[in-house]
Design a protein around this ligand. Structure first.
Ligand code: GTP
Ligand code: SPV
Ligand code: MN
Length: 613
């Protein structure tokens, strides 16, 4: 067994609580070696990973990796939030008793790191100096080197982050054990995988994966699930699956900040990295703050402030190209240190490719995401070359439009909170909501099609409250109350809005095309929203919010069929009335939902009934 004390001494890791934690888990998982990681070790670790074949070269300072074929996305049914309080049982968090589950998980992990190295990865999920720093420190123990390389890109990594702990015992204990991936029965009744957050012990125990949110524990398990719990337990903040961006109007000199949640693989990265539409590019710029997580709190100025706790982007590769997201392509250019996972690879030319990147390459030698030579595949051209949930990993500093103040500890003031998702009918392009309870109600009733980011759920229509369904840590009714409390405490309330880039032409003779061109054009409805909030455009009042008139929407340089625009800015009252019944059923699941939310529901329903006459 590894000599824990010597390794920790050599690394200068003195925090006795961290030492005790490392010692304890090394005793459980029994690694052969222990190593303490700092971000400065990246070059050496990359070299070792290349040598070991865990990474392969994909251009200068670019790397390619594959995860095990049955380990390519988050597994929602294997993910559990456990506490000692049954009142934390929600509809979506798979609540279990923490003591019971923690003990079972420990047994599952026993001896499972034999023959491997345990990497000790101290990290911070916040810009240094953040008022929420007390909730941001963690130490991931992982027996997987590619996971370490991803953590170095996605979080701020180094033992220095442990020095500033006010309470030296207060760090998230995040243990990741890969397990014997080919023998875990993924997707069968004998499935061995469990991804557990024991939230009231600030302990995360993930076993049986090396991919994404299952394994990079700073990101989803700490940055969302644990922080969701801590935000409420402390009464101080919200942790949400939100993107965060800034808009500057160079004509007026005004600056706006918009954050918001769309379910996994539904456009957060694309929106936060977007460029202004070409015809508006002189006047507006968009700054990137974050694409997947935001923590929100009431600042000293009384406004809602937001920050991105992450240090990198774990972005969907599919359909990323010069038209849809040129900014993303710049952030993964040679020299950036980016890692591509589960895309197609050409070992001869060391290129990577994914569906929607551009024309399919014709050169010989390409391998699909599983490592099979395309030329040898039985399904030849029909099966995708890249996994639909294949991703790129790069640091925020590589994103060309990253905001100058992205590491500002005080965060940025939030002007607008938006919700959206893949909804092929009913939802208009944008509808603004000024009432707090109606805004929270809108988030709670976010209904959209699930995507390939969760195993086996692609295309299912489901409710996804605030886009947090897979990440909620406690009961939904309490979550709603916490939202009302935090946003309600602000002296200047952000405006809410629901947006939809995914409405389709589904009429009798419709061809199913997206009615809205999307991508960089998405700035147009956001501009309308911030102008509406400033009182510059009135919009048209509907039972479900205020929507733009065609004249108010900045459409210069956009050639949109009149019929499509009309549909994008119309409320189908009958379809909405039908939806209200589904919403009622959905909300009824949340026992003890604040009365304000039910009142908002009844107000919207009554307004729809009145409209229908
Ligand atoms: P996670 O990282 O999984 O939480 O997802 P995300 O919300 O950041 O998703 P992302 O921005 O990476 O988008 C995923 C997919 O949505 C990609 O395949 C995009 O091409 C597609 N997409 C994004 N924006 C638009 C849009 O405006 N219109 C259309 N039609 N597709 C879009
Ligand atoms: C998501 O699935 O919403 C992601 C990717 O952002 S993962 O980090 O794998 O959760
Ligand atoms: Mn996400």
């Amino acid at each position: 067994m590894a000599d824990v004390e010597r390794v920790l001494d050599q690394a200068g890791l003195q925090n006795p609580h961290v030492r005790e934690y490392v010692r304890f888990w090394a005793g459980v998982t029994e690694p052969d070696r222990i190593e303490v990681v700092d971000a400065a070790d990246d070059d050496r670790l990359v070299a070792e990973a290349l040598e070991a074949g865990e990474l392969r070269p994909a251009g200068e300072g670019l790397y390619y990796s594959r995860s095990y074929v049955k380990d390519t996305a988050r597994s929602e049914e294997r993910t559990i939030v456990a506490t000692s309080d049954p009142a934390d049982r929600g509809v979506y968090n798979n609540w279990h008793d923490g003591d019971e589950l923690g003990a079972a998980q420990l047994e599952r992990m026993r001896g499972q790191s034999r023959g491997r190295t345990m990497y000790v990865v101290p990290y911070l999920m916040a810009p240094p100096g953040s008022p929420l720093e007390a909730y941001a420190a963690g130490v991931e123990l992982t027996d997987n080197r590619p996971v370490v390389l991803h953590m170095i890109r996605m979080a701020r990594v180094g033992i220095a982050h442990l020095d500033s702990l006010e309470d030296p015992a207060s760090f998230v204990r995040a243990v990741h054990v890969t397990g014997d991936l080919p023998n875990l029965g993924q997707g069968t009744p004998e499935d061995q995988r469990y991804f557990v957050t024991v939230a009231d012990r600030r302990t995360i125990l993930h076993f049986g994966s090396s991919y994404g949110g299952n394994a990079l524990l700073g990101k989803i398990a700490h940055g969302l699930r644990q922080a969701c719990y801590d935000g409420r337990a402390s009464g101080r903040f919200l942790a949400e699956q939100f993107m965060l961006l800034g808009i500057t109007d160079h004509e007026t000199g005004r600056r706006y900040h918009v954050c918001g949640g769309f379910p996994s693989a539904s456009g957060k990265t694309n929106l936060a990295m977007t460029l202004a539409p070409e015809a508006l590019g002189e006047r507006y710029t968009v700054d990137f703050y974050g694409d997947d997580i935001a923590w929100l709190w009431v600042g000293d100025d009384g406004r809602i402030r937001a920050m991105n706790p992450e240090n990198g982007v774990f972005g969907v590769a599919k359909d990323t190209n010069e038209h849809t997201n040129p900014t993303a392509l710049r952030s993964i250019e040679p020299g950036t240190g980016a890692i591509f996972t589960n895309v197609a690879y050409n070992p001869v030319t060391q290129e990577v490719w994914w569906e929607g990147k551009g024309p399919r390459p014709t050169d010989d030698g390409w391998e699909d995401w599983k490592g099979e030579r395309i030329a040898d595949r039985e399904d030849g051209d029909t099966a995708p070359w890249a996994h639909p949930n294949s991703r790129f990993t790069t640091t925020l500093a590589n994103v060309p439009n990253v905001a100058a103040d992205f590491e500002e500890p005080a965060g940025v003031p939030v002007d607008a909170i938006i919700f959206g998702g893949r909804t092929s009918d009913r939802e208009p392009l944008v509808r603004a909501i000024t009432d707090l309870a109606e805004g929270v109600y809108d988030g709670l009733t976010l209904g959209a099609e699930a995507t390939f980011a969760a195993d086996g759920l692609d295309g299912q229509l489901r409710y996804d409250p605030m886009s947090m369904r897979p990440f909620l840590a406690y009961a939904e009714a309490d979550y709603a109350a916490h939202w009302l409390k935090i946003i309600g405490a602000a002296t200047q309330q952000p405006i809410f809005a629901h947006v939809n880039w995914f409405q389709k032409d589904l009429g009798d003779d419709g061809d199913g095309h997206f009615l809205w061109p999307g991508y960089r054009e998405n700035l147009r409805p956001l501009l309308w929203l911030v102008r509406h909030q400033a009182g510059e455009v009135a919009g048209r009042r509907t039972p479900v919010g205020v929507i733009p008139t065609a004249e108010e929407l900045e459409l210069v340089g956009l050639d949109l069929p009149a019929a499509d625009l009309d549909r994008l800015l119309t409320i189908d009252v009958e379809r909405w009335r039908q939806e209200m019944g589904f919403r009622e059923e959905h909300l009824r699941q949340f026992e003890g939902l604040p009365e304000e939310i039910w009142e908002a529901h009844r107000r919207v329903a009554a307004a729809l009934d009145a409209e229908a006459g």
